[in-house]
Design a protein around this ligand. Structure first.
Ligand code: AOF
Ligand code: ZN
Length: 359
């Protein structure tokens, strides 16, 4: 694998990431066409339904694509979906070589894209910056390979690990800069998920308020006890409420009237797996949890949190709730450690980024 392959693939990955938060249920994909050592075409997949990355890059390259090398961050598709197969586009353009970062786990592709290119006489190299491409698309990979969305929990805590004051209030623990960072995270995730408790305590909007940002995450509220009413700010279209069996009929009607989608569960505690399955069917790749102790603990209790973004504010909250309540019976030596990916200061707060498993 030459250094050139790596550097062009870096470029393709950076193109792919321009569509961060925009492509779901599709993955983010970037492509670069290189002829005689020079980039002659670039493209990325902008959103589901629009052309795939390869097609955009080939279009820009025009005739220069003949005999060229194409770098693409995901195995080219070979199926008719919302758009025709990229394998045909590459073959028709007469490219000589294709370099792929990661295999596409979509059962409609799953290695067949690479096979078709090879059968057409194209030299195909795979696995160049594969880890990086899979990490960028951890949501898509998770949905395709594990059959569930990728789950990140965002936590804002004080120096003592608590997320609320003894009276339960929890708004504005962290500073302005951290709150801005949270907006950027919301912009990236397909879903922002919370519990009725947080909605009742804080009345959050859970939207992205950033200049020139077009897409809002789907908002999901877990309300097993039927405590929510249509007066809260999230009660509008673009929100799904999971209601337990005790939910009040009139309340549900009022929520629906405001455009909220209500999904019922025959119980009082909505199981995280039921929520994730429902979201999976809607093509959700990534979920960000912004909630209190109850919701976070129920997801953590079933080992459903893949990633943590923790903001630590420089103040002690004292006697309030901690972000998690799980019982660990193992000795300390066997308690699994999260892997620290990044740590930095954000205004007066510290941001810590952890992942449970390499993906
Ligand atoms: C590629 N290049 O840029 C993307 C690919 O419904 P469609 O036609 O958009 O197809 C969606 C599937 O195509 C998606 O699930 C994934 O397997 C693949 N995405 N493939 O060659 C791209 N976005
Ligand atoms: Zn394609």
């Amino acid at each position: 694998m030459s250094d050139k392959d790596i550097s062009f693939m870096h470029r393709a990955l950076s193109l792919a990431s321009r569509a961060m938060g925009m492509t779901s249920p599709n993955p983010m994909v970037g492509a670069v066409v290189v002829k005689d050592g020079r980039i002659v075409g670039e493209g990325f997949h902008r959103r589901a339904g629009l052309p795939h990355a390869e097609v955009e890059a080939l279009l820009e390259a025009g005739n220069a694509a003949r005999g060229a090398t194409v770098y693409v961050t995901l195995e080219p598709c070979c199926h008719y979906g919302k758009t025709p197969p990229c394998t045909s586009a590459l073959i028709d353009a007469g490219v000589k070589r294709v370099v792929v970062a990661a295999r596409d786990p979509n059962p409609k592709v799953a290695g067949r894209g690479i096979k078709i290119l090879r059968e057409a006489g194209i030299d195909v190299r795979t696995g160049v910056l594969e880890k990086e491409s899979r990490w960028l698309n951890r949501g898509f990979m998770s949905r395709m390979e594990r059959g569930r969305p990728w789950v990140m929990a965002k936590i804002a805590m004080g120096l003592d690990g608590r997320i609320a004051l003894p009276d339960g209030s929890s708004r504005w623990i962290t500073g302005e800069d951290a709150r801005h960072e949270v907006m950027r995270l919301r912009a990236w995730y397909d879903v922002v998920l919370t519990g009725a408790g947080t909605v009742i305590a804080d009345d959050p909007q859970l939207t992205v308020r950033l200049p020139a940002h077009e897409r809002q995450p789907l908002r999901v509220v877990l309300d097993g006890m039927g405590r929510l009413d249509a007066g809260y700010r999230v009660a509008e279209s673009g929100t799904i409420v999971f209601s337990g069996k005790v939910a009040d009929k009139a309340n549900i009607a009022a929520l629906k009237n405001k455009g909220v989608e209500c999904i019922f569960y025959e119980g009082e505690r909505i199981p995280p797996s039921f929520v994730l399955n429902t979201l999976l069917e809607k093509g959700v790749n990534t979920v960000m949890i912004e909630a209190g102790q109850g919701v976070i603990s129920s997801f953590a209790g079933e080992d459903l949190i893949d990633e943590l973004v923790v903001f630590v504010a420089p103040r002690v909250l004292g006697k309030g709730l901690s972000w998690i309540d799980v019982r660990l019976d193992n000795p300390l030596s066997s308690v699994p450690a999260w892997r620290l990916l990044d740590n930095r200061t954000v205004g007066e707060d510290v941001m810590l980024h952890y992942v449970k498993r390499a993906y």
